[in-house]
Design a protein around this ligand. Structure first.
Ligand SMILES: CC(C)(COP(=O)(O)OP(=O)(O)OC[C@H]1O[C@@H](n2cnc3c(N)ncnc32)[C@H](O)[C@@H]1OP(=O)(O)O)[C@@H](O)C(=O)NCCC(=O)NCCS
Length: 146
């Protein structure tokens, strides 16, 4: 049974450990701790009491910025990322958010496919946004109305 609960400080070790397994340039434990301290909307997705993914979203007035959405590798392609994203849409709408934005690496075709499938379209690029091997990498900026 898939469910969601707010991320807490007690989750940070497990989240940071998952993050290191999944990303070449992971968020640190401190990045997640800062997000909690800043009051961002941070969620844990759980199945049968086990973490299967997580997400962090920052709201500024009527816009939400999706900062991180992750499903554990062994749990991907089963609809869980879509469900987590829809949970965030619901949360954002409940806070009177009218638009959601995000950045994605040009090489992350899976992420882009997920976002397109859920109504996001490219609205621009941010130069040298991401750390990359041997330099920096641009970000594709995507947005959708809620
Ligand atoms: C991106 C991510 C969150 C998607 O989670 P997920 O649970 O696998 O997503 P879903 O199963 O809900 O996928 C929904 C649809 O998105 C698209 N999609 C998702 N992952 C894809 C992939 N690797 N390649 C191509 N399309 C993909 C497909 O259209 C998929 O539908 P389908 O499986 O019926 O074809 C997950 O792959 C992940 O955590 N990746 C690593 C971290 C990451 O890149 N996060 C995003 C950073 S911007």
């Amino acid at each position: 049974m898939l469910g969601y609960r707010a991320m807490t400080g007690d989750d940070l070790d497990a989240v940071a450990e998952a993050e290191r397994r999944i990303y070449a340039f992971p968020w640190t434990r401190g990045n997640f701790a800062d997000s909690l301290a800043a009051g961002h909307d941070a969620w844990l997705a759980q199945e049968n009491g086990q973490m299967i993914g997580y997400a962090v979203m920052m709201r500024v007035l009527d816009e939400a910025h999706l900062l991180n959405i992750t499903v554990l590798p062994e749990m991907q392609r089963g609809g869980r990322g879509s469900a987590l994203l829809m949970h965030l849409f619901d949360r954002a709408r409940a806070q009177a958010v009218t638009r959601m934005l995000l950045e994605v690496r040009p090489g992350n075709l899976g992420g882009q496919a997920l976002y397109r499938r859920h109504g996001f379209a490219e609205i621009g690029r941010r130069r040298d946004y991401y750390p990359a091997h041997g330099g920096r990498e641009d970000a594709i900026v995507m947005a959708r109305d809620l």
